[in-house]
Design a binder for this molecule. Structure first.
Ligand code: DLL
Length: 440
């Protein structure tokens, strides 16, 4: 596991300010960003005029609440370049995300924006103990997706040796990991699990045969139970890293080795939690929808971008010395919340149940359907090899345990189907865990 003393604070001037200093800096930078948007982006000018807000009204952080929100649909409507605040000639990079339907969304980055993003990921890498002696294997996809290039840039910035594997080709990933003596891995948590299980199947003992110490894992929701599983499988410290294309990519926030939430890079972004129904700001400690405003970007800055991700914020100082706001795990998205027979169900609640049960592996799929006007939920979960070869009696007891726990934690009756090991498709990128046949 990581040597804590090797983890350091990359930019203490920015990561350890007093709350008052952070707020003052944010207010100042917010005012500049609002002016930039008003003067250069017709959509923002129109929205602000409609809301009766002029750039000179926005002077401090408290004024943020008067600004209109930005939605993903705005990026689609203005695709590809309608939201650029800088001249086209100053845009040096496009990154994007696929989106589930229709047009992709893209974000344009100036040289300044690539620099800001690199610094944010460098802070995450340093917090994970990555330095010039580290070897970092990047198994996020390279391309329009921000994972690969983002992790690459941040690891390079702290002076590490980068192994740019991209995702997939699992056996080769493991061969490189072993032969090069890779110390840190960056990929989605679901791919990490897959890699870890394959390492074990190949007869490789991570403690003896690998030099892995830790890694930065994100791009999809995961749970504490999943962290424990990954840490045991690969003998690492598995740290959470969060981000989204619209704001920068990975590194918007990141965990330190305390593993008590993700530090938001507050000198570059302002985080708010709002009530998704009313749009009103909520205090720290209360769960709601995460909203971000960028305050140093120049290519395609975002004002009050609604992420639809649900979490809580914590403004207490962390034992690591950083004073920045911390985000709790993303517990769901306002738009991936399943409403099943009137009950709100988040896939992460089911994952929490499954990772706490012996005899099943954390590979699952939720299949929602509607039969005779009634919603049904089937939870397919893989048995471990041991359980699979066990007697039928045990398997039925296990199935019933899971049904009971889902009922008590989530509050609904699910049909649990235990399936053979390795029968649920593995993911090399973001995992797909829900099939909702009601929408077809
Ligand atoms: O997933 C950027 C990224 C790459 C983050 C690598 C971390 C590591 P998008 O493809 O635009 O960008 O997807 C953004 O993914 O709104 C969340 O719903 C989800 N997400 C990202 N990180 C986490 C995380 C990248 N650590 C969307 N935990 C976000 C939970 C996450 N969900």
């Amino acid at each position: 596991m990581s040597n804590r003393s090797s983890a350091r604070i990359y930019n203490p001037n920015m990561e350890c300010m007093s709350r008052d200093e952070i707020h003052a800096l944010q207010g100042e930078r917010l005012a500049k960003t609002v002016r930039l948007e008003y003067e250069n982006v017709p959509m923002y000018r129109k929205r602000m005029q409609e809301a009766g807000v002029k750039p000179e009204d926005i002077r401090t952080l408290e004024d943020l609440q008067y600004l209109p929100f930005t939605e993903k649909t705005d990026l689609r409507d203005e695709f590809p370049f309608g939201l650029l605040a800088a001249p086209r000639s100053e845009i040096v990079r496009i990154q994007g995300s696929s989106g589930t339907t229709g047009k992709p969304i893209v974000s344009g980055y100036t040289e300044n924006d690539v620099e800001v993003w690199t610094e944010m990921v460098a802070r995450a890498m340093a917090a994970a103990g990555v330095d010039e002696n580290s070897i970092v294997q990047v198994a996020y996809g390279y391309g329009l997706f921000t994972g690969g290039l983002g992790a690459h840039q941040g690891a390079s910035r702290v002076g590490a040796m980068v192994v740019p594997m991209s995702s997939g080709n699992t056996q080769r990933q493991i061969m490189m990991m072993k032969e090069l003596g890779v110390t840190h891995l960056c990929c989605t948590p679901s791919y990490c699990t897959y890699l870890g299980e394959t390492v074990r199947e190949m007869g490789i003992d991570p403690e003896r045969d690998l030099k892995l110490q830790g890694g930065c894992f994100g791009a999809e929701p995961w749970t504490e139970g999943m962290r424990q599983h990954m840490e045991e499988l690969l003998h690492i410290d598995a740290l959470n890293i969060y981000g989204l294309t619209e704001i920068a990519g990975p590194g918007v926030s990141f965990e330190c080795l305390e593993k008590q939430g993700m530090h938001v890079n507050e000198d570059h972004v302002i985080a708010e939690i709002i009530d998704p129904a009313t749009g009103k700001q909520l205090p720290c400690g209360q769960a709601g929808e995460l909203v971000f405003t960028t305050i140093t970007k120049t290519g395609m800055p975002m004002i009050r971008y609604r992420t639809h991700d649900i979490c809580v914020l914590d403004d207490r100082p962390c034992a690591c010395g950083r004073t920045t706001l911390r985000m709790g795990r993303i517990t769901g998205r306002t738009d991936d919340m399943l409403v099943i027979r009137g009950v709100n169900v988040f896939p992460s609640q089911i994952e929490t149940v499954l990772v706490g049960v012996n005899g099943v592996a954390p590979h699952y799929m939720l299949v929602v359907d509607r039969v005779n006007s009634t919603d049904t939920l089937e939870v397919q979960v893989e048995m471990t090899e041991d359980m699979f070869s066990d007697t039928v009696g045990h398997i039925e007891t296990l199935r019933k345990t899971i049904v009971d726990q889902i009922k008590s934690v989530v509050g609904i009756s699910a049909n649990v189907r235990l399936v053979a090991p390795k029968s649920i498709p593995r993911s090399e990128g973001k995992a797909k865990r829900v099939i909702d046949n009601r929408k077809l």
